[in-house]
Design a protein around this ligand. Structure first.
Ligand code: ARG
Length: 393
């Protein structure tokens, strides 16, 4: 019996894959990796897989691992790609890793995924699979058969796969770090998204009251909200909830996909925007200017690695070493004001603060001002010389 393990989400793409794999003569083992779905949603996915005739279905709770080993790293790196907090991208290597584990356990011949040949996820899944299980066969039925959504719907009808209703006209990907909404009229970049596409964030225009929220960080990761210590998963949920209430984290961008296509993307990442904003504010207080400048470069490389699905790369490990070292001092609290879709830092405090009130204050004598005259005098030395050469022209 040929067995294939399928990364299964319950959506149209992966449901078609399930049947296409059967057409190819495989018995299918479906795996749904839970990186932030509700119990009901997980149950629905499982039932759907079973109704479609899988040999076996696995639901794997990877929420805690996702937050501790992925989201917390993303926060430490202020990870963004073109203004996108990388919610979907961040979960893919973990999902692929879990699917590989099952494939090994089940002695499967192949691993399958439902990605199309146009997006980023094919890179993210397959790179991780090839790193973790170099010999296993990878099947991407939708991509390999060059199927369009219309053709998928035709095929689904034939095979008794439930067809997405009008209310599900968007392609949605959700996990604890954010929600992405694509497709249908949103594919026109000049089309203004209707309020109905959002489900985690309230309309910023309807916000009534501002709220001050305090985030506590330890070694660069958030550990408490408003003084209440929370476990990692609860903390991320709470951050989403609080920021979402004020319409924070709506993102509408033109994104450069790995293959070069520009795509119009809508995201709701309230918790990510809140926590990264607060984290950056604390770094400003405790890291030196040189560290901050260098870390900006590291952070941007890190975000790009996540986007490109290179989570299990050598460079990522190297950057982690640098980032972890800097985060030893990123301990303290940040207060932000949330209102009408915006998050504004209003206070910060840390025992590792490099801020020196006595020295910077207008009222104190801790800096011997006259000593600065010499430092200032030659500050622009090279430019003074440059301006002289200009006169020669
Ligand atoms: N453009 C984003 C990314 O590549 C989101 C993709 C969302 N996927 C989806 N099936 N809706 O990370």
């Amino acid at each position: 019996m040929k067995k294939a393990v399928l990364a299964y989400s319950g959506g149209l793409d992966t449901s078609c894959c399930l049947k296409l794999l059967e057409d190819m003569g495989y018995k299918v083992i479906s795996v749904c990796v839970d990186v932030g779905l509700s119990k009901e949603e997980l149950k629905e996915v499982e039932e759907k897989a079973k109704n479609l005739g899988v040999l076996k279905h696995y639901t794997i709770d990877a929420k805690e691992e996702f937050v501790k080993d992925y989201i917390f790293r993303a926060i430490k790196a202020n990870a963004m790609y073109e203004g996108y907090p990388l919610s979907t991208a961040l979960a893919r290597p973990l999902i692929a890793d879990k699917v590989v584990e099952i494939a090994k356990k089940e002695n499967a011949e192949a691993i399958a995924h439902g990605c199309t040949g146009k997006g980023n996820d094919q890179f993210r899944f397959e790179t991780t699979i090839r790193i973790k299980a170099p010999d296993i066969k990878i099947i991407a039925p939708i991509r390999d058969l060059n199927l369009t959504r219309k053709e998928e719907i035709e095929y689904a009808k034939k095979k008794g796969i439930p067809i997405p209703t009008e209310s599900k006209k968007y392609s949605i990907d959700e996990n604890l770090w954010g929600r992405s909404i694509e497709g249908d009229e949103l594919e026109n970049p000049d089309f203004i998204p209707p309020e109905e596409i959002y489900s985690w964030t309230k309309n910023p225009a309807e916000d009534k009251e501002e709220e001050i929220v305090e985030i506590t960080f330890d070694n660069g990761v958030p550990v408490a909200i408003n003084g209440e210590e929370l476990n990692p998963v609860e903390l991320i949920k709470k951050a989403n909830e609080i920021a979402g209430k004020h319409g924070v984290g709506r993102i509408d961008i033109i994104e450069d996909r790995i293959i070069g296509l520009k795509s119009r993307e809508n995201y709701e990442c309230p918790g990510a925007v809140l926590l990264i904003t607060a984290h950056k504010a604390l770094e400003q207080l405790v890291l030196t200017r040189d560290e901050l400048r260098f870390k900006e470069i590291v952070d941007s490389l890190y975000g790009e690695l996540i986007y490109k699905g290179l989570w299990f790369s050598a460079l990522k490990e190297d950057l982690d070493a640098f980032i972890d070292k800097t985060q030893e001092r990123v301990c303290g609290t940040v207060k932000v004001k949330l209102f009408g879709g915006s998050v504004r830092v209003v206070a910060r405090d840390s025992k590792y603060s490099l801020y020196n009130k006595e020295m910077v204050s207008f009222d104190e004598k801790d800096i011997d001002q006259k000593e600065l005259a010499g430092m200032v005098k030659y500050h622009g030395l090279q430019d003074m010389l440059y301006y002289r050469t200009k006169l020669l022209k």
